[in-house]
Design a protein around this ligand. Structure first.
Ligand code: ZN
Ligand code: ZN
Length: 825
């Protein structure tokens, strides 16, 4: 009698076994190779969503696989538990943020356990507990001592809905990243972390990140925005001041016919002091500041400038040029002042045309055949003309020589600027890490002494939703004593951006209960860096820059020797349904709980991994999930029908079917190789699952023929056992259950990954011909059914083909599987 597949009972039973036997708890073991597998820790919003299920299923397969491959695997999880939604829940429903958060964590933890993830639960971290966030405060104090944390009055992004400041990284196209409200600007005192001190290293460190998606590196590069150029001072005789200009094209300076300053430039007030329309100008400046600060793209027709009436002296030509204020120059970039070279910059060209300013060409094309387009600026490098002693030089030579002259004469120098700004971390909210600083009227700003950490978030608070931080209204919190003079003092009421918490949590997992330091440096030295980091790409310029910055800082503190935390980052694709991302507002959310109830955790895990490769978008369909459930049933039935093989040594005297034997034996070894390579080399979990499906089908097909002979039965047993082991990372509950049914007392999770015989696993080879412009030029051999991408790569790497291409990329490449690669040049 076959037993029915009761996933609910099976899955919860094995989850208990893993937990009781502490199968996934680990300690440092220098004798074993380590593998640190990490998924981005979740915000406890209330429920696990499908994006989480996908992220954590990918990580779980890798972690379980690595363990079976003999690695000492650290696979932890925790909670990014501070932040605004908890406070909003308090305002809306009157639940204390702490209770809301902890209740959510409890529920979501049970959901993760129900999915059978192989987490080392004893290492769970929770950033809303003082035992965690005291170390945010400790790191902040270290930065304060070194001048890397500082307080200043500055323009900040203000979200009226969230009623708090946002970092530049949290403003997306002028809107709040969290609530999508339009962001306004305020001038406020606030705390910043000097991430710019690491700008160059954040950029050069990319060289170590070969295993990051190229587009993520590009986003970071753009965000850091390095430009190499020169600083040049233009004297303004009327006010006896200099205006410092940053330019990437000093070679065009003889063509600079005006200067343009940001309305926020510190000299603005002085420059317009004597202007006849001063008041009108001031009104316009105020309006412009508000507009440009909103970081909206300014359309062409909206570019407006005002002539200040004053002149600056171009230090190269000695000629006076007019000084303009304009709405398209940002104070954030360079020095907030640029030189206008209309002949060689399109934006300046349009400005000069609009305000009737002279256009003086100073660069001609290097190639005489090249005719620059008329009515436009010529922006390329070329040969200098009308440039005094520099005429005749190339742009590149001139840049060197002109910067050197400026330096020698004391009016300029070579310089590098970055677009990256310091990280504003002050938040005027309650549910965040209190910034550990005290203000004394007598002694000024005082850091909270280390031994007084943590400064705890006071439990009793009022959540009214009115302006100002709830912390400001708690006298017991605000009023304190000065650590220096003992007199009355006031506590800082700003809390930290919660991205501070997530900037170093992966260190904490190495020693989650450490009490002397943020983490035990020795343990961290064993586990770090993270060998594989998996998470959504939406964090490309937030979390993934901040955590690189923190790692470099912790290295400089001597707590770690690594300088890149995540050498390998796998950016997992989105989960969509009906063509768009799953979201509450679209009403297309599928609840994992319901799916687990109907199909079981194993079916859900397999489906979410099977439908597309990890880095691609994943389109939800319940039919697809049903298909995976049926696949599990097929394996279940196959095992049930053949369990007798494992029970008794029956003597059978049937015919040995050699052909069937060879077919299954080959398929088995090929499958082991394919699944191993797919997981280990490319994370193509989807094709690994297809290979398991194929093996299941082969087993079904060959089993009757093989059951007749002793030798055939041995192979069937072996193939079935290996199939169960290969299923271990994907459908761990099913695998454990079947393993036990075959009479084993060990666990699949603790077993070794099956090995294959390379000779048997070898695929058939096919010859691929390579054509260039229709002519046969070369050929090579590959395994049958090799991917087209790989065929393309191989063809392009052939010496003969490289020679024919002569360094030019082909215009078109056509690949036909098992046949040919055709290049058109
Ligand atoms: Zn907001
Ligand atoms: Zn004092």
């Amino acid at each position: 009698m076959k037993e029915a597949y009761n996933f609910e009972e099976i899955e919860t039973r094995w989850q208990k076994v893993w937990e009781e036997r502490q199968v996934f708890e680990v300690v440092e073991d220098p004798a074993k190779p380590k593998f640190y597998c990490l998924e981005m820790y979740p915000y406890p919003s209330g429920r696990i969503h499908m994006g989480h299920v996908r992220n954590y299923s990918i990580g779980d397969v890798i972690a379980r696989f690595k363990k079976m491959r003999g690695f000492n695997v650290l696979h932890p999880i925790g909670w990014d538990a501070l932040g605004l939604p908890a406070e909003n829940a308090a305002i809306k429903h009157g639940i204390h943020p702490q209770k809301w958060t902890l209740d959510n964590i409890n529920y979501m933890r049970s959901q993760l356990k129900r999915l059978g993830f192989s987490y080392a639960w004893s290492r769970e971290v929770n950033s809303c507990l003082p035992e965690y966030y005291r170390w945010n405060q400790w790191i902040f104090l270290k930065m304060l001592e070194q001048g890397l944390a500082y307080r200043r009055l500055s323009w900040v992004n203000w979200c009226p809905q969230c009623r708090t400041v946002l970092a530049n990284e949290q403003v997306v196209a002028g809107r709040c990243w969290r609530c999508d409200s339009e962001v306004s600007q305020k001038k406020m005192e606030q705390w910043s972390l000097r991430i710019t001190a690491y700008a160059e290293e954040l950029l050069s460190g990319h060289e170590k990140l070969a295993n990051w998606p190229e587009h993520v590196l590009q986003m970071q590069k753009n965000w850091i925005g390095k430009s190499e150029g020169a600083l040049v001072n233009f004297k303004v005789p009327a006010i006896n001041k200099d205006i410092e200009v940053f330019t990437t094209r000093i070679d065009t300076i003889y063509g600079a016919t005006f200067l343009v300053l940001s309305v926020e430039h510190p000299l603005t007030a002085e420059l317009i002091a004597g202007h006849p329309e001063k008041e009108q100008l001031q009104t316009w400046i105020k309006k412009t500041i508000a507009e440009t600060r909103a970081r909206k793209e300014i359309k062409e027709e909206e570019k407006v400038g005002y002539d200040t009436g004053l002149k600056a002296i171009n230090p190269f030509t000695g000629q006076p040029v007019p000084i303009f204020l304009a709405n398209y120059v940002l104070m954030d970039y360079g020095t907030g002042a640029v030189m206008g070279v209309p002949a060689h910059d399109q934006r300046d060209y349009e400005f000069a045309t609009k305000y009737n300013l002279p256009i003086v060409p100073v660069i001609k094309p290097a190639s005489p055949e090249f005719e620059p387009e008329s009515g436009r600026a010529f922006e390329e490098y070329g040969i200098l003309i009308n440039s005094g002693e520099f005429s005749g030089l190339s742009s590149v030579e001139a840049m060197e020589k002109m910067a050197a002259l400026a330096q020698a004469k004391g009016f300029g120098r070579k310089s590098v600027t970055y677009r990256l700004r310091d990280w504003g971390i002050s938040r005027q909210r309650y549910w965040g890490t209190p910034i550990p600083v005290i203000y004394c009227e007598k002694c000024g700003l005082q850091p909270v002494p280390y031994e007084q950490l943590p400064v705890e978030i006071p439990y009793k608070a009022e959540f009214t939703g009115e302006e100002g931080s709830p912390l400001e209204k708690i006298p017991e919190f605000v009023n304190t004593t000065c650590p220096r003079c003992g007199g009355p003092a006031r506590r800082e009421t700003d809390t930290m951006d919660t991205f501070v918490d997530s900037s170093w949590y992966f260190f904490r997992y190495c020693s989650p209960r450490e009490t002397r330091l943020p983490f035990d440096p020795e343990k961290a030295a064993y586990w770090l860096p993270v060998d594989l980091y998996i998470g959504g790409v939406e964090h490309a310029i937030l979390h993934l820059i901040y955590s690189r910055f923190f790692t470099k800082y912790l290295r400089d503190l001597g707590l770690t020797s690594i300088d890149e935390p995540f050498p390998h980052y796998l950016a997992q694709g989105m989960v969509t349904k009906d063509g768009s991302a799953m979201s509450k507002s679209r009403g297309n959310v599928v609840d994992p709980d319901e799916m687990i109830k109907t199909y079981g955790a194993d079916a859900l895990r397999i489906f979410i991994l099977f439908a597309s490769p990890p880095e691609k978008e994943f389109a939800w369909s319940e039919e697809g999930l049903e298909g995976c459930y049926r696949f599990i049933l097929r394996i279940w039935n196959l095992a049930e029908e053949n369990l007798d093989l494992f029970q008794e040594e029956a003597t059978v005297g049937g015919q040995f079917d050699q052909a069937s034997y060879q077919r299954l034996n080959k398929k088995l070894h090929q499958t082991i190789k394919k699944v191993t390579d797919d997981i280990e080399q490319r994370f193509h979990l989807n094709t690994a699952i297809s290979a398991l499906m194929e093996l299941t089908n082969s087993l079904k097909k060959e089993k009757d023929a093989l059951r007749a002979s002793q030798k055939g039965r041995e192979l069937l047993k072996e193939a079935l056992s290996d199939l169960i082991l290969l299923l271990g990372p994907f459908a761990p509950h099913l695998a454990e259950e079947l393993w036990q049914k075959t009479g084993r007392t060990t666990l699949v999770a603790e077993s070794s990954w099956p090995a294959y015989d390379p000779e048997l696993a070898r695929e058939e080879l096919v010859t691929i011909v390579v054509q260039v412009n229709g002519k046969l030029r070369d050929k090579f051999e590959v395994e049958i059914d090799t991917d087209e991408e790989i065929l393309k790569e191989k063809a392009l790497s052939l010496p003969r083909i490289q020679e024919l291409l002569g360094g030019r990329p082909p215009r078109k490449i056509i690949c036909v599987k098992n046949k040919l690669v055709s290049l058109v040049v």
